[in-house]
Ligand binder design. Structure first.
Ligand code: MRU
Length: 386
């Protein structure tokens, strides 16, 4: 079966699917420099915590491969790499995957600095080390997501004694699938694995206002994968969770993460916190799927997470393909439409923080972490294990 790929890479060439044009148009942009990556990430042509980190790392790898480093000495080479990476880090502030990737890439560049190696070999060794590390970040992400899918499915299977005759319906928020990662996805990866193992009854996805990652991207991925699914607006989640009636009997809310801090507090797409409160009220499990690249042990609690605020137009305007008078969609014509009085003041935080008390499980590629008897998550255990 064809797979959906947000990122296509071979050494020296990076193509990124323009998610602003989805689901109507499939257009890949070539991204070959740090500036192009910055713009692609900031404008949200690529989004999702792992995908942002991968595109930043690989775009700069392409720039280096194509002779973009003007330095001559090893010291200058490292200084140039570090300054370009620091620039990329500012593209979006909340997801920690990008800064974790940047730390890894800086480390790889520094570790390749060999005493006694002459120019140009010394510089080559540093550039190669950077490029190989960026490529490993891409490959490792896919591996991580498959594991998260497996661990998350096993955890839910155990919690609900799932079988082919006892399946589960789930609700997810935002987009955490192939489009947000190198493939398979995190929260959507669990849903995909539940489906592949015959344990999923039905998936519900929220629209995810204001950027509509749910309606534009997750709906598209669920249809692409042939997973039985229904779209709801964010404001319908309470009504859905209150039903407890088949097939709309939601067993779990499964979401991704942009940053999970030391105590388990989790920043994710705006609206996640409200879903966690609803899930707790209705006795529904609330599961966070996050690769260890989304974990930030240096930040103690969610109160210290910087939340990105985005422009008012994301609330007051909307884009889409033109609907013909006969109801068919003209995918060749897109339009941007104003849906509010443009003079209204707008608050547009891109993320919110869900306190760890509302989270039942954090699924990583190294296993599922639940709270101990003291009500606390110990995430250092997964970061230390191999
Ligand atoms: O603003 P976005 O679309 O980048 O936000 C994405 C999310 O909040 C995802 O849930 C998160 O990045 C995890 S993606 C695997």
């Amino acid at each position: 079966m064809a797979t959906l790929q947000a990122i296509k890479y071979k050494r020296g060439k990076l193509l990124v699917l323009d998610q602003l044009r989805l689901p109507h148009e499939h257009h890949y942009d070539e991204v070959s420099t740090a500036e192009e990556a910055f713009d692609c990430i900031r404008s949200m042509r690529v989004r999702g915590a792992p995908a942002i980190a991968i595109v930043a790392a690989l775009a700069y790898a392409v720039e280096l491969h194509n002779g973009g480093c003007t330095a001559t000495t090893p010291e200058e080479t490292i200084a140039q790499i570090e300054s370009r990476l620091d620039y990329l880090k500012e593209s979006r502030p909340t997801a920690v995957d990008l800064s974790n990737a940047i730390s890894l890439l800086k480390q790889a560049a520094r570790a390749a600095k060999r005493e006694g190696l002459a120019h140009p070999e010394a510089k080559e060794a540093i550039l190669n080390s950077y490029i190989e590390t960026a490529e490993k970040i891409l490959a490792k992400d896919l591996e991580n997501n498959t594991s998260i899918g497996s661990y998350g499915t096993s955890w839910l299977q155990h919690q609900y004694m799932l079988s082919s005759s006892r399946t589960i319906s789930v609700l997810t928020h935002c987009n955490t699938g192939s489009l947000a990662t190198s493939g398979h996805g995190t929260a959507l990866g669990i849903i995909r694995t539940l489906h592949a193992r015959g344990l999923l009854k039905h998936a519900y996805c929220t629209e995810t206002r204001p950027y509509n990652q749910g309606s534009r991207l997750t709906s598209f991925e669920l249809i692409f994968e042939g997973i039985p699914a229904t779209l709801i607006t964010d404001s319908m989640a309470g009504a859905l969770l209150s039903l407890h009636k088949e097939p709309m009997n939601i067993g779990a809310v499964i979401v991704g993460a942009d940053r999970v801090v030391r105590n388990g507090d989790t920043a994710n797409k705006i609206g996640t916190y409200a879903l966690a409160v609803l899930a707790r009220h209705h006795g529904v499990k609330f599961v966070v799927a996050a690769p260890t690249t989304s974990i930030d042990l240096e930040t103690e609690t969610g109160a210290d997470i910087k939340i990105e605020e985005r422009k008012p137009e994301e609330l007051t305007q909307i884009s889409g393909a033109v609907v013909n008078p006969d109801g068919s969609i003209d995918t060749s014509r897109t339009a941007r439409v104003a849906i509010a009085d443009q003079r209204i003041s707008v608050w547009n935080p891109a993320f919110d923080v869900t306190p760890h008390a509302l989270i039942d499980a954090i699924v990583t590629e190294k296993g599922t972490v639940v709270k101990g008897a003291d009500g606390k998550f110990d995430l250092s255990s997964v970061l230390q294990s191999n």
